[in-house]
Design a protein around this ligand. Sequence first.
Ligand code: GLC
Length: 412
Amino acid sequence: MGAPGCSGEKREGRARLVFSHGPEGASIWQKQIDRFNKQHRGEIEVVLRQAPADTGQYFEMLRTGFQAGETRADIISGDVIWPAQFAANGWISDLSNRFSSSRRNRHLPGAIASNTHEGRIYGVPWFTDAGMLYYRKDLLEKSSYTQAPETWDELQEMVDRIQREQGVKYGFVFQGADYEGGVVNALEFVWNAGGDVLDPKGEVVIGEPRAVDGLWAARGLIESGAAPEAVSSFKELEAYTIFLAGDAVFMRNWPFVYALSADTSVSNVKPEQLGLAPLPTARSGGRSSSGLGGWNLMINAASDKPDEAWTFIEYLSAPERQRERALQGGYLPTIKNLYDDAEILEKVPVAALGKEAIKNVRSRPASPFYYDMSLSISERFHASLTGSISPDEAAATLHRDLKKILARAEKL
Ligand code: GLC
């Protein structure tokens, strides 16, 4: 019998484990899981339980399940923003004794930091993500541009000219819906205008002028027509569907979209028509930052098969599996030396840019109260994109909201 709420069962000496993850890249994970099951035939069997694609919905599903003691998964794939909250509530296992420091050192420091809470480690990095600017190299070249835009003004100018000369439907698509991806987009606009959410001391600074400039940059792209009004309801899927249909010049998205362009059943745009660049900044010479994303592997603290779960995590996060996922799906590895792997760099251009992008990634605030902060950021960003409030008002309200959330956290 499994522990209450856990589905791990031991029958005829075989442990059956449930691994929960979203639908993206499922065929690649499934192949790897099948191989694991074959290697462990008669001992361990892992079944994939599909979680919602939207990270916020997935989080809600897990949180409700944990609170009710009903989360039926032994191994959980988790977004980089979750470990602090899950660990603070005792919902995931402390892996400090299993995940040795020499093993940890093989991974990117940002990915390790995202799994660390109060000096203990709660997850193993699986793949990393960084926001990137995708552009249509062929369209830029036809209108005599030889380089990607470095500022939002340059992007605007290119959109105007390319639309005039070549009649492409949209200029720039990004993610402005009221959900977690909207938070990352909002922060990238804020960072790339020189602003921030919290200062190094943890004080809220989102109401300050540079941060407001960032929110205006996003709204300005909609007002000028460079981005369609509909971006305020776009998630990753809507943005890449339009871009891969050939209907937009520029797109902000994560690395996995690159691999989709090689599949002619989903993409009219071929990999050779694509360019990748760091996200534009508000001022020329500004430093470009990308939001750090990515996924980790964690063990449900209520699982009664933690040893078997760990065996699976070691397998799935190993360099060979990360390498395969990079080559087949464009997922950026968390193992540092895979960024020097000649085959990956040659076949997965997104990894070459990723190598640079990961030097410039910034994290969303790490806090057991992150989820409340996130809800507030995405709501205000989305409202400022639809025009129902101004970017100034969005920043001022956010400033007050975040101060209240942090003050509440301090009282606990
Ligand atoms: C990607 C990122 C994740 C982020 C999410 C937002 O899955 O890896 O960190 O929260 O997108 O939609």
